[in-house]
Structures are given as structure tokens and as C-alpha cells.
Write a protein that binds this ligand. Structure first.
Ligand code: 5GP
Ligand code: ZN
Length: 139
């Protein structure tokens, strides 16, 4: 499945050049053009879907399996202390290219204070059981 207007589909087909780290029948993994760190890779499933909600489970499984393999390669190559594996869905979540992809980003102990990926955390909710039920009732 391909979308003619999608930049990642054009990268997968080779119409737009990229620096390829890994490729198989199901995924193409490339260096991010604006890396968060040296060795920042994005894993692109060859199946076009905008986000995780629209992507079949087998494609998700293959994409994350490739991300795991690439993370191991990154760890060995750069001797990093940690690796972020993350995936944004929707503009509100920071997604800018609407073809599902997984970021694999090497991290070092010294990164912690400035570029490690964090979010502002609140207090433990008093209505946790209610929140959990609301989610599970909608799955
Ligand atoms: P998102 O913000 O959607 O999670 O991630 C999109 C990522 O794709 C960004 O990190 C951005 O730097 C990267 N990106 C956007 N256009 C290109 C491109 O043409 N080539 C490559 N290699 N990366 C791209
Ligand atoms: Zn696409």
C-alpha cells in the first residue's frame, strides 16, 4: 500500500533519496534527516498507514521487531547508555509525517538533563480504577 503524496512512501520507493541503515521486505530504516542524536534512525513500514490506529497488527509487529534489531546495532555501534524507541500519533502528539514510523534514538548518561525524552508528571490519581476501567471498557 502506497500513498502518492506521502514523503515516506517516496523514500521507500527511492524517489526521494535517503541514507539507508536496514531494509527487508517489510521495512526500510533510514537516518533521520534532522537527528536528535548521532545515529537517530526512523523505521518505516513499507505499508502506508497514517498512524498506529490504521496499521495492521502484523505490520506493527514487524516494524517494532526491526526497531529492536536496529536498537541493538545502535547500542553496539555507538556504545550508548540507553535508547529511546518512540512513535508519535497525531499532531497533538508531535507527529509531523503521517506515515507511521518508529524513532530509535541513542542516549548517553550525560543527556539526561537536557535532551532525554520526559514529560511533566502529576500526582497519582485518586480515581485510578475509574480511569483504568474507562480505557478497558473502550478497547
Ligand atoms: P514525527 O515528528 O512525525 O514523529 O517524525 C518525523 C521525522 O521524520 C522527523 O524526525 C523528521 O526529521 C524526519 N523527516 C522528515 N522528512 C524527512 C526526509 O525527507 N528524510 C529523512 N531522512 N527524514 C525526514
Ligand atoms: Zn506513506
Amino acid at each position: 500500500m502506497r500513498d502518492e503524496n506521502c514523503i515516506f512512501c517516496k523514500i521507500i520507493s527511492g524517489d526521494i533519496p535517503s541514507t539507508v541503515v536496514y531494509e527487508d521486505d517489510d521495512v526500510k530504516a533510514i537516518l533521520d534527516v534532522n537527528p536528535a542524536a548521532t545515529g537517530h534512525v526512523i523505521v518505516l513500514p513499507k505499508y502506508h498507514a497514517a498512524n498506529i490506529f490504521e496499521t495492521p497488527d502484523d505490520v506493527i509487529a514487524k516494524t517494532f521487531a526491526a526497531a529492536k534489531k536496529i536498537a541493538a546495532g545502535i547500542k553496539k555501534a555507538f556504545n550508548c547508555d540507553g535508547v529511546n524507541i518512540l512513535q508519535n500519533n497525531g499532531e497533538a502528539a508531535g507527529q509531523t509525517v503521517f506515515h507511521l514510523h518508529v524513532h530509535v534514538i541513542p542516549r548517553f548518561d550525560g543527556d539526561k538533563d537536557d535532551i532525554a525524552i520526559r514529560w511533566k508528571q502529576g500526582d497519582a490519581p485518586e480515581n485510578g480504577a475509574e480511569i483504568a476501567k474507562k480505557i478497558s471498557d473502550n478497547m
